[in-house]
Design a protein around this ligand. Structure first.
Ligand code: REY
Length: 431
């Protein structure tokens, strides 16, 4: 079993063991837990973040081989952050919450917002055939714009083959510039995965076509549209789309890709075109900007309520019934009953989580400067519970619930409750 399969098997075991979401609230209403009292006092109405568990999740992430990791909680209760390890292995510079990094598929949420603004402007319709806008592009007129945004088009994810061998795959494309059409051709050279609309299959090809739709409808490159519709209005000074440029300018974190061979040295993957992903994954940002973006999205500053509702209309992505996908947006249901919306990202050298509550009053960005290391990504996901659920009620343990689900400081906590980023599941088709 290679590392990927081993990690995946562990994750599946974890998912199978997810505690019922009700266990954490089983304490009767008469005796209020400290967390519940704190929730009443906070402006967000949420319990105070469990900063010890947050730090523990980051330490678990570096214990799994990430050079560094960070978590930054933002919102109406103020900013709280924690970092561990380094952002640069050569200089030894410490991880820094201000530094920029590659956000991978969190880019999909930016692309969805631009597309949905075009829907608001009546330039594009969600339930119209993609081929209506891009004649002859796809082999099936039944594939609609909504199918792309929900990963229900059946367009194969060409990145599975591209990165079958992790480091050679990366080196082959790191300085390459693909046209959108090249990426669609790669996808169409593989069998389609589902009839249009029938089932969810995560695929970068969908958001490549979303980029094409944006460029067709506006007559401008996607970079300009991100800039004028999101980056400028929200004053996101650390957010950019520099494709096909390879650098992350300014203060940034270096990314370290894990080779498939056990024990092989990490590959510094910081500089690359990310041309293989473009509108599916090539943006650069930092935690404060991602927090601003996710909160602005949730509070209706970017979209009409109709389009936001469409974006938030989700279907399950797996059998746990805790993970869902809307339009370029994930929803995770946490063990305390709180739902959070956002996206995960994986590009070579970087894992990202960017999520906010439905009312935008609390947000979390977590990042580790590693990838191809699913166990580290799962550990990083432990920051979600710590940030949004706070400390687990002590009386729940006293009443006999298993310590694994209720002890906030237990190392296994993140493994029990976290929703792992689907990109790292062993069979990527299962995404
Ligand atoms: C591509 C492979 C991951 C990453 C991907 N990312 O689809 C999109 C996303 C933009 O959803 C690479 N894995 C790694 C391998 C596996 O090479 N052999 O982990 O860096 O964020």
């Amino acid at each position: 079993m290679n590392r990927r399969l081993a990690a995946g098997a562990a994750l599946l075991a974890v998912v199978a063991g997810v505690a019922p979401a009700t266990a954490a609230h089983a304490a009767p209403a008469t005796a209020q837990s400290p967390a519940a009292e704190a929730a009443q006092a906070s402006k967000s109405g949420l319990p105070a973040p469990d900063l010890e568990a947050l730090l523990q999740a980051l330490q678990n992430t570096t214990a799994q081989g990430a050079p560094g990791a960070l978590a930054r909680i933002g919102g109406v209760d103020g900013v709280q952050s924690r970092t561990v390890g380094v952002r640069d292995k050569t200089t030894g510079a410490a991880m820094d919450t201000r530094a920029r990094f590659r956000i991978g598929s969190v880019t999909k949420t930016f692309s969805s917002v631009v597309l949905l603004q075009l829907v608001d402007e009546k330039q594009i319709e969600l339930d119209t055939s993609v081929n209506h806008y891009l004649p002859g592009l796809l082999p099936d007129d039944r594939i609609t714009v909504r199918h792309l945004l929900t990963h229900r088009s059946g367009l194969a994810d060409y990145t599975n083959a591209m990165f079958n061998e992790t480091v050679p795959g990366f080196e082959a494309v790191r300085n390459k510039q693909f046209g959108y059409q090249d990426l669609v051709t790669l996808s169409l050279s593989e069998p389609r995965t589902t009839e249009p609309g029938v089932s969810y299959k995560y695929s970068n090809a969908n958001f490549v076509v979303v980029g094409m739709l944006i460029e067709k409808a506006t007559g401008r490159p996607v970079a300009k549209e991100y800039e004028r519709r999101i980056i400028k209005p929200l004053k996101l000074r650390d957010t950019s789309y520099v494709h096909p440029g390879t650098e992350i300018k300014g203060l940034h974190t270096r990314g370290y890709l894990t080779p498939d061979a056990e024990g092989a040295p990490l590959v510094d993957s910081t500089e690359q075109t990310v041309s293989w992903a473009q509108s599916a994954g090539a943006m650069i940002s930092n935690p404060a900007d991602l927090s601003t973006f996710m909160s602005a999205l949730m509070t209706g500053r970017l979209l009409s309520s109709r389009s936001l509702d469409a974006m938030l209309t989700v279907t399950p992505t797996d059998a746990t019934n805790t993970r869902f996908y809307g339009l370029g947006l994930r929803r995770y249901d946490l063990s305390c009953g709180t739902s959070v919306y956002g996206h995960t990202g994986t590009v070579q050298g970087f894992y990202t989580y960017a999520f906010a509550t439905r009312d935008g009053k609390r947000s979390l960005t977590a990042m580790a400067n590693t990838s191809n290391r699913g166990v580290a990504n799962t550990a990083l996901g432990g920051t979600l519970e710590a940030a949004f659920c706070g400390k687990k009620p002590v009386e729940a343990t006293a009443r006999g619930f298993s310590s694994a689900t209720n002890d906030a400081s237990a190392p296994g906590r993140s493994a029990v409750t976290v929703a792992p980023a689907e990109v790292d599941l062993p069979e990527r088709n299962a995404r």
